[in-house]
Design a protein around this ligand. Structure first.
Ligand code: DLL
Length: 433
């Protein structure tokens, strides 16, 4: 039996949902117009006033917000509430430029935690569960978001944060954790460490995991499910919109329901900004219609994905987003060919490798080069050079048929690629340097 955290919202008819979105959007546009001079100026420049926005059908008239706007308005320029009414800050790690800061009133925190509670409940969590939150705590939203959601569901919550891998496994055993929340790369690393400790899926009571914050392939899901003996659910979100819980997977495990009572999703052409028809692949754009402190209208996520409006077997009515294929700014253009790291991951996992790899792109004599370094599993590891050479050739072929490109493949010894406790860093693009 499917369980819901807020059934009246999660299963409401699409007509009711649309009416709710219309009403909330109109209110939100007025709120932003009145309280965020930066965005009001953008609206004025486009010749739009709140009177032009009567509902979701008018959304396309509003200007976009981009990461560049966030940086320009850094840190307080997009706030919708005075500081005295805000209670929390979170931030991105800032690896690709200035940090992005997001602000929350208590009301915003509450709604965010509800979204995470919906995700946990969809993964089967109840007040009987012990939930180990191994996302990083601190400025990163992963720890705080799932922690709050876990409390709301009533799980016994372990705020262990990421890292200290053997201790994580010890806690799972001693405290009988049934739900694990962390990045998929860290889940894979936990599985690998368990194997090294001589432990199998039956030695831990885990039943489900909620893994997100980075792209991961279907093949990686299967691997994690098998090594940890769990169902692995995807969860999506970004700091700018609150954090994890913008969308989450249900029992169908084939896409994430967007919490549409809080976020309106659009798919646009990343080059022209034009809204694309239902079912198209493009850049995901979100409008937050309930956030007070950091209300973003038409925020361009840079995530490339597709929406699925077909009814879901779980009974939820909210639209589903497919696993994002990657970010438009992560997409590599190699000798003119668009390459998503997730495609490379699929080939590697289909050939029996684990997701321990690096993609190295360089430019030699004005031509792009692609190298994929991947670890052999302990079972594959051998000093028989002929066998290694054969494996390399198989991978080169696999990559060629997936990408239409020739790549250099380097098979390296097990454990030689550094593991991540948070988001994995897999792309090294030397061309930018
Ligand atoms: O990663 C929030 C989060 C925490 C989501 C924990 C899920 C679980 P940021 O650090 O701001 O926020 O990064 C947001 O990460 O635009 C996507 O590119 C990527 N991302 C997040 N979830 C997924 C996912 C958090 N499930 C950026 N699949 C987003 C693929 C994801 N990419």
């Amino acid at each position: 039996m499917e369980r819901y955290y807020q059934p009246e919202i999660e299963t409401m008819s699409r007509d009711e949902l649309r009416a709710l979105q219309d009403e909330r959007l109109v209110k939100q546009v007025k709120h932003v117009w009145d309280n965020v001079p930066y965005y009001r100026a953008k609206m004025e420049a486009k010749g739009v006033t709140p009177d032009d926005i009567k509902g979701v059908a008018d959304l396309h008239k509003l200007p976009f917000v981009t990461k560049a706007d966030l940086r320009e308005a850094y840190p307080y320029g997009l706030m919708g509430k005075p500081k005295r009414e805000c209670v929390r800050i979170h931030s991105t790690s800032g690896t690709t430029g200035k940090r992005v800061m997001a602000f929350y009133t208590q009301h915003d925190v509450d709604l965010w935690e509800d979204c995470c509670a919906r995700a946990l409940t969809a993964a089967g969590a109840t007040s009987e569960d012990v939930c180990q939150v191994a996302y990083g705590y601190g400025l990163f939203t992963g720890g705080a978001g799932l922690h709050g959601g876990s409390h709301k569901v009533g799980c016994l919550t372990i705020p262990i944060s990421s890292g200290n891998t053997e201790r994580q496994i010890g806690f799972m055993q001693d405290l009988s954790s049934t739900i694990l929340c962390c990045t998929p790369s860290y889940a894979a690393y936990l599985g690998e460490t368990m194997k090294e400790m001589g432990l199998g899926p039956n030695d831990i009571p885990l039943k489900a995991g909620i893994f997100g914050a980075e792209a991961w392939s279907e093949e990686m899901r299967q691997d994690i499910q098998n090594t940890l003996g769990i169902k692995a659910y995807d969860i999506y979100g970004l700091t700018e919109l609150s954090g994890p819980g913008v969308a989450f997977e249900c029992s169908a495990q084939n896409g994430m329901h967007i919490n549409e009572d809080h976020f309106i999703a659009e798919i646009i052409d990343p080059d022209t900004g034009e809204v694309l028809p239902e079912g198209s692949k493009g850049e995901l754009v979100f409008t937050s219609i309930t956030k007070e402190a950091f209300p973003l209208l038409r925020y361009r996520t840079r995530d490339i994905c597709q929406l699925n409006y077909e009814p879901c077997s779980c009974g939820r009515t909210h639209v589903k987003m497919r696993k994002p294929m990657g970010r438009s700014d992560d997409m590599l253009i190699i000798r003119g060919v668009n390459v998503f790291p997730s495609q490379i991951e699929t080939v590697l996992l289909n050939h029996g490798y684990a997701a321990n790899y690096q993609i190295i792109v360089d430019r030699v004599n004005h031509s792009d080069t692609l190298e994929v370094r991947v670890e052999m599993t302990p079972e594959m590891f051998t000093d028989n050079l002929g066998a290694i050479d054969k494996r390399q050739k198989q991978l080169v072929e696999g990559l060629r048929s997936m990408l239409g490109l020739s790549a250099k493949v380097s098979l390296v010894a097990p454990k030689s690629i550094v593991r991540s406790e948070g988001k994995a860093v897999r792309i090294i693009d030397k061309r930018k340097i």
